[in-house]
Design a protein around this ligand. Structure first.
Ligand code: ZN
Length: 565
């Protein structure tokens, strides 16, 4: 690494401790080793490690210096870096150092590929037409917001919304590129329609195919997606992947450009707190499935099932009565990203509840405006105002105001009731706006329930989680207890089946082992208080809204406008 135009006695060089988009301090400097600094004619310069992420170099009158360091890269996730003899995947935040006060300087990266590697996919411009291995970025933020895929991956291209797209496919030899092109194009165009314009000159998808797992991370002009190699063999897995594509693509606007005030410019040395992740992530999560549905990847029934599952979560999650959505956002660094066996009792997901809030808000706006406006209008207006016109981050008050302006009525209390309170409303009224009905499949059930989640391994059945306020919670059963028997029934790998053979109101004796001692605990069973929603479309809902403003839309017409059909 070379730095020029330096002045003063010393320069401080740091490695970020986190990667924007993934709200956890990952301590990337822990993988940096063999740091050396040199001046002109390779004269060694002294340096001192002054903190966990910073090296201070003594300039000794030099204005141009060279730094050598190595990075151990052996973690193939969307937020980290990995190199082996097959490929290199580099995330700038875990590879490139920045000079204190020098974030705005332009950067050039020259890659020396491993002997047999032929290709590099990265959303940065080459410095010269005939040198595809040297790329440049306007500044450090742009540099580290463009991951590199280097090796022998396959590439296909397509044009969507007037923008050239490159797709780098690593870890798979055979796939239907025509189908992928067509479907990714549809997502790109559906997203662009919501915001009105596409912000990129060029866009790059990096897709890693792995034995299992999945996830993605958004970037300024690209994304990295990880998915299973078997994604293309099963329709449900493929639909899930399309929803992931839609999620990361939607972030191009929501969070990469339309961003909460604290999320840029980034402080790479510490946590960057915002209480708006429920908007940046949750609203994006609402749109990922909605877009997959609007594109035709989900059938109506499949989409209703997904929506019902999210709404059920919001009504059931015990952590929802402990942590508000705005707290969940601020605490993401220590809670959402550091889950443990008690997380569901103490925290709520800003993805799932944020998506449900987006749905309720969308329905509220459609109802208040007799179907003339929707959340799509809020998203576009927010993007126009805070990114395109003002080019600054937005605040909660700005969002409240835009919702109010779009709906024509004050929505700040409505939003606050969802985001700053510990309750979640019955969603039946919201669903009725677009002609959907709600049913609780658990209602009236007398089947007994314990509130225990188990893990069966090596012939042992252990408690992995206990719902707050459940029969097991009240009886004093603990996580890690090994369950042996219920009354006279020896347990092997299934507790739910045994418990559900009892009736609500009956008592059982649980025999368990805790810390090497056998215990007998009495548990009073109750029926499951959690809802299990099912959503259906009410056929023939043609009733028009009563409103004295503008055109009236029938419920069916509102459904069509929402679903894009
Ligand atoms: Zn996201």
């Amino acid at each position: 690494m070379e730095l020029d135009m330096l002045n003063g006695k010393t320069v401080d060089l740091s490695m970020p401790v986190w990667a924007p988009g993934s709200y956890l301090v990952r301590e990337f400097p822990r993988h940096v080793e063999r740091f050396r600094a040199f001046g002109a004619s390779s004269v060694p310069l002294r340096h001192l490690k002054i903190s966990k992420d910073t090296w201070r170099v003594e300039l000794e009158g030099q204005h141009r210096i060279r730094i050598r360091y190595a990075v151990y890269a052996n973690e193939l996730s969307v937020r980290t870096s990995y190199i082996d003899d097959e490929h290199a995947y580099l995330n700038g935040t875990s590879v490139f150092l920045y000079a204190k006060g020098g974030l705005k300087r332009p950067c050039t990266v020259k890659v020396e590929p491993y002997a047999s590697w032929k290709r590099m996919s990265v959303a940065l411009d080459p410095t010269a037409k005939n040198d595809s291995w040297t790329v440049q970025a306007d500044n450090y933020d742009c540099l580290v917001d463009a991951p590199f895929e280097i090796g022998n991956h396959s590439i296909f291209h397509f044009q969507a919304a007037g923008v050239p797209h490159e797709v780098a496919m690593f870890g798979i030899d055979e796939y239907d590129s025509l189908r992928l092109q067509k479907d990714m194009m549809r997502i790109a165009e559906t997203c662009t329609r919501i915001f009105g314009t596409h912000p990129c000159k060029r866009y790059v998808f990096i897709v890693h195919h792995l034995p299992s797992g999945g996830g993605g991370l958004e970037h300024e002009n690209s994304t990295t997606l990880q998915t299973s190699r078997t994604t293309y063999n099963a329709e449900s897995a493929y639909t899930g992947f399309m929803s992931l594509v839609a999620h990361e693509y939607f972030h191009l606007w929501n969070v990469k450009r339309l961003r909460p005030l604290p999320l840029g410019p980034f402080d790479y040395a510490a946590e960057n707190y915002t209480d708006l992740l429920w908007f940046s992530e949750g609203f994006t999560a609402y749109y990922d499935d909605l877009i997959a549905w609007r594109c035709g990847f989900y059938s109506d029934e499949e989409y209703f099932k997904t929506l019902a599952s999210g709404l059920s979560y919001c009504r059931n999650i015990r952590g929802g009565s402990v942590q508000t959505l705005s707290e969940s956002s601020t605490e993401a660094w220590v809670k959402f990203y550091r889950p443990h066996e008690n997380s569901s009792n103490t925290s709520v997901s800003y993805y799932t509840k944020g998506a449900a809030v987006a749905f309720l808000l969308d329905m509220q706006i459609r109802e208040r405006t007799a179907g003339r406006k929707s959340l799509d209008d809020v998203m576009q207006a927010m993007y126009e105002r805070y990114f395109k016109s003002l080019n600054k981050g937005f605040t909660r008050a700005d969002l409240d105001q835009m919702c109010t302006q779009t709906a024509g009525v004050d929505l700040s209390t409505f939003l606050s009731g969802l985001v700053d309170s510990l309750s979640f409303p019955d969603p039946a009224d919201a669903l009725s706006v677009v002609g959907l009905s709600l049913k609780d499949l658990n209602q009236g059930s007398m089947v007994a329930w314990s509130g225990i989640t188990t893990n069966a391994k090596d012939g042992k059945l252990t408690v992995s989680a206990i719902e707050r306020g459940s029969p097991a919670w009240d009886a004093g059963i603990n996580v890690n207890d090994e369950l042996i028997a219920v009354d006279e029934f020896r347990l092997s790998d299934d507790l739910t089946k045994v418990i559900s053979s009892y009736k609500s109101g009956e008592a059982v004796e649980i025999i368990l082992s805790r810390a090497g001692t056998i215990r007998r605990i009495k548990m009073n069973l109750r029926s499951n208080p959690n809802v299990k929603y099912q959503i259906n479309r009410i056929s023939g809902s043609t009733k028009a809204d009563h409103s004295d403003t503008g055109t009236l839309l029938s419920v069916d017409a509102k459904f069509r406008a929402w679903s894009g059909k």
